[in-house]
Design a protein around this ligand. Structure first.
Ligand SMILES: [Zn+2]
Length: 150
């Protein structure tokens, strides 16, 4: 258990560094966007290029800000002392998985299950589970009833 604790301390440092880098990148992207807008002269080609550039930048910013909120979520879980616990089944997520995916909130088994359930809107799976933990309990009790009946 001590090794796991040390590994989580290391993980915290990795996460904080990554968070700071993302914050900087996001701040940089915003200033870049402002610069691009102020340079728009009304030329059709320039405007088209500008909108493409805008789209790429805003997509990047979206990905980065999503990762940033995941990292902040992970850091909050570290502070609260339940980092590395699976939100699906409550088991300890293996350190190898946390090293590969520091803000994982599900073990591999639960991740696979949630991907099967939400393949259509995969991006919302993690947040859906976070916001709607009550429905997870309902699923368990339905399964229990089925088990009792067979
Ligand atoms: Zn799990």
């Amino acid at each position: 258990m001590k090794n796991r604790k040390e590994a989580i301390v290391n993980q915290t440092q990795v996460l904080v560094r990554r968070r700071d880098a993302l914050r900087k990148a996001l701040a940089g992207d915003l200033s870049l966007l402002k610069e691009l807008r102020s340079q728009t002269s009304g030329d059709v080609v320039d405007a088209a290029l500008d909108s493409v550039q805008d789209e790429i930048s805003s997509q990047l910013a979206e990905v980065e800000s999503r990762e940033l909120s995941r990292i902040e979520n992970a850091l909050e879980r570290i502070r609260e002392g339940h980092y590395g616990l699976c939100e699906g089944c409550g088991c300890n997520i293996p350190m190898a998985r946390l090293n590969a995916l520091p803000y994982a909130t599900l073990c591999i088994k639960c991740q696979r299950e949630s991907e099967r359930e939400g393949a259509a809107n995969r991006a919302d799976v993690d947040w859906g589970r976070l916001l709607d933990s009550g429905s997870g309990e309902a699923d368990v009790s339905i399964n229990d009833i089925e088990l009792d009946g067979s």
